[in-house]
Design a protein around this ligand. Sequence first.
Ligand SMILES: NC(=O)c1ccc[n+]([C@@H]2O[C@H](COP(=O)([O-])OP(=O)(O)OC[C@H]3O[C@@H](n4cnc5c(N)ncnc54)[C@H](OP(=O)(O)O)[C@@H]3O)[C@@H](O)[C@H]2O)c1
Length: 381
Amino acid sequence: MALARATVSSRALTKSLSLLSRLPKLSSAPPHSARALGIIRAFSALVSPPSKAVVYEQQGPPDAVTRVVEVPPVLVKENDVCVRMLAAPINPSDINSIEGVYPVRPQVPAVGGREGVGEVHLVGSAVKDLSPGDWVIPSPLSFGTWQTYIVKDQSVWQKIDKNSPIEYAATISINPPTALRMLEDFTSLEPGDSIVQNGATSMVGRCLIQIAKSRGIHSINIIRDRAGSDEAKAVLKKLGAEEVFTESQLEIKNVKSLLGDLKEPALGLNCVGGNAASLVMKFLRRGGTMVTYGGMSKKPITVSTSSFIFKDLSLRGFWLHNWMSSNDVTECRRMIDHLLELVHDGKLKYETELVPFSDFHIALDKSLGKLGSHPKQVLKF
Ligand SMILES: NC(=O)c1ccc[n+]([C@@H]2O[C@H](COP(=O)([O-])OP(=O)(O)OC[C@H]3O[C@@H](n4cnc5c(N)ncnc54)[C@H](OP(=O)(O)O)[C@@H]3O)[C@@H](O)[C@H]2O)c1
């Protein structure tokens, strides 16, 4: 992480910066001669530009413990890549990391964020596969994306298609892969089958609807009762949702009477917990599986005894971190390329709100739910 890296002495730094300032702009097209490129690499291996970062020195309520600070330039070693960040989202797991309740989290002091997209600014002398101007994402995920410049080893970075819309490139490596994996890894689904999910307005939920639809799988969706729920229903239907219910609409004895011609779902996805999880289980067919991947309501899951005895339900969990740890990095990167292709082909859409980095604390308040429901907040650096 940039903060933890050694900084150069101020005299050496002043000298390095004045030398760097005389070079052509490093993120523009590199010069043609190999010698010139060598010179740039030699100089650029010195230091990154100073960075601005969202830092927290202790875990706690994110709106209380985070602040935006200037971070001095850091050394760019021979295998390092210095990336100018373009955009990075605020995800629930980022909030949980700052709160100290996420199982993997960086040591404090830390910079927030775990995914995002950036442009290579300069590379260390041993870096061959990345060049200034390339677009990259940290893959597998890497902490500290809420800052204007990041210096990390070349192995951290996956080069992606520069034509990707910035808000999708910044958000492609956590939520879309989670949706894809949960559809593929738990039950075998055929065209004509159905799934049921709560938290359907979430980014994961929206991805689930569309990936399922593209495979001929119908989705039954549950959203919470809130202002704007009718509009939210219409948006999800436009994305391909077969049915969308608010939780209160499902306060009836036999929810399956609402299925019409749809098959009873074999797979349920639980983003919320509490009552919303019970509703997912009510829809499931005998022998069905509910996969829990989020706990947005912060309420526990209660399972009726009859769900086990008479319906033989299975309860499972999914954590992308585990999947990534047990799969080859090439496999992770292939999946991300595939998802970016879906975006490119217009087959994967979700709403985001690009927010200037200077408005970080407003974006954070929106992400914390303090200002009602908002699209995913994506910081634009
Ligand atoms: N296990 C994994 O590997 C994994 C990977 C990715 C994400 N996740 C988890 O998946 C969940 C969704 O993430 P995301 O980034 O897709 O979400 P998101 O786009 O940021 O959306 C947040 C969602 O949570 C709902 N919500 C917020 N507060 C709620 C509350 N108190 N009760 C019920 N629902 C509430 C929102 O509903 P409204 O639209 O009504 O506001 C919205 O659907 C999070 O829990 C996240 O940690 C887990």
